[in-house]
Design a protein around this ligand. Structure first.
Ligand code: PLP
Length: 405
């Protein structure tokens, strides 16, 4: 039975890859076509930036094709069917029934983070994040002249954990006004338990800290790990201090279509956002963005299951290969996301990471220090890709590692 199950699984993965893999070179792809500009070498194998080498679900392509074929791309509004579909997805998968009135569209999660920072904080206000964490969190704080406060997570043998005492101490000592929660956490690969979320949120409540919850990775939580949206933690106890942003973009490979969902339940926070938006955000809707998002939530579930199997199989592969051939490297646990960190410090001087990865292995990866100053010597790999690229990347590392020995 087990063998049959595994065989089926492998066949499913193969059929997903055969059906959806697409060559992205020469398509103005940041990941594939900007290697020279970003890494100084056009010939690297790119397994960085979080998008995929897979076509979106057929339902998305069909919906987009129909609209593109229509030919007129005038101003559009987001129909009720969009909110019904989005709310059903949220309720079915995460037990969160989102009301249309709470929602505002955004042209991307990172854009929304800049809006929130301007809307809810003042220059000089302290904002806390939990490195290693998605680098635009640092940028938004620094570029908007807020004070960066960090509570670094602890790497416990490949599982990153938050030190809640440190988190609270940093909030207290720095008079923190806002916390950017990354849930699930990129690149730590953590799916926060409800208990952990409640600990963070109760500390925020105690010190009157507003919480921006970036939940763009919500659809990637594996096995027993379940994503809990911040507004439903403890039966919704902390909802009034939460501004949520999520999107279908990471889940269904749509980030170039610039569409995300803001959800603000609290009337005052929503009013504050609307006032800010009235003065600063006068953009219309991206018609293709909301059409693709609605179609993804409506039709993409089986596709997403297939994708998650590919990711898990790629993760299995790297875990095994590193354990067997580079035991001094430590692959972090992947409870969620598709972006595990790998700690290479066991065999490399952190300062030599780039030379090893780029000059020897000819790979383009995200470097640990992009996610926080103490993470040089870590790299982040993107596993939402064709297994052949993951194999090639790992093989190159194994070969170069052998030469070091
Ligand atoms: C935590 C997190 N937030 C936001 C984004 C990007 O969102 P967007 O493309 O909608 O700006 C990413 C992309 O990897 C991410 O990992």
């Amino acid at each position: 039975m087990i063998t049959y199950g595994r065989k089926r699984w492998i066949l499913d993965i193969q059929s997903f890859v055969d059906k959806y893999y697409v060559e992205r070179r020469n398509t103005n792809s940041t990941k594939w076509d900007l290697l020279e500009e970003r890494f100084g070498d056009p010939d690297l194998l790119p397994i960085w930036v979080a998008d995929m080498e897979f076509k979106a679900p057929e339902g998305v392509i069909d919906a987009l094709t129909e609209r593109v074929q229509h030919g007129a791309y005038g101003y559009s509004f987001i129909p009720d069917s969009y909110y019904e579909t989005y709310s059903s997805w949220m309720e079915k998968h995460f037990g969160y029934k989102v009301e249309k009135e709470w929602c505002r569209p955004a042209t991307g999660v990172v854009s929304a983070l800049y809006w929130f920072m301007n809307c809810y904080t003042e220059e000089g206000d302290a904002v806390i994040i939990t490195p290693p964490v998605y680098y635009p969190f640092f940028n938004v704080i620094k570029e908007l002249d807020r004070k960066l406060v960090t509570a670094d997570m602890t790497d416990n043998d490949g599982r990153f954990e938050l030190d809640f005492d440190l988190f609270e101490q940093q909030i207290e000592e720095n008079d923190v006004k806002l916390f950017i929660l990354c849930s699930p956490h990129n690149p730590a690969g953590r799916v926060w338990t409800e208990d952990e979320l409640e600990q963070m949120l109760s500390i925020c409540e105690k010190h009157d800290v507003l919480v921006i919850a970036d939940e763009i990775h919500q659809d990637f939580a594996y096995g027993e790990h379940k994503h809990v949206p911040a507004p439903v933690v403890a039966g919704g106890k902390y909802t009034d201090r939460i501004v949520l942003v999520n999107a279908a973009s990471k889940s269904f490979n749509l980030p170039g279509l610039l569409h995300a969902n803001i959800v603000i339940e609290n009337d005052d926070l929503r009013q504050q956002f609307d006032n800010y938006a009235g003065q600063h955000i006068q953009s219309e809707k991206n018609i293709l963005g909301h059409i693709a998002t609605e179609a993804a939530y409506e039709t993409g579930e089986a596709w997403l299951d297939g994708l998650r199997s590919v990711i898990l199989s790629n993760y299995d592969y790297i875990k095994k290969q590193f354990a067997e051939h580079i035991p001094e490297a430590k692959v972090s646990k992947l409870e969620g996301t598709y972006l595990p960190l790998i700690n290479l410090r066991g065999f490399l001087d952190p300062e030599d990471t780039k030379a090893f990865v780029q000059e020897k292995c000819k790979l383009a990866v995200d470097y640990g220090e992009w996610f926080g100053e103490d993470y040089e010597g870590y790299i982040r790999l993107n596993l939402a890709t064709h297994p052949k690229f993951v194999k090639e990347a790992v093989n190159r590392m194994v070969e170069e590692y052998k030469k070091l020995k």
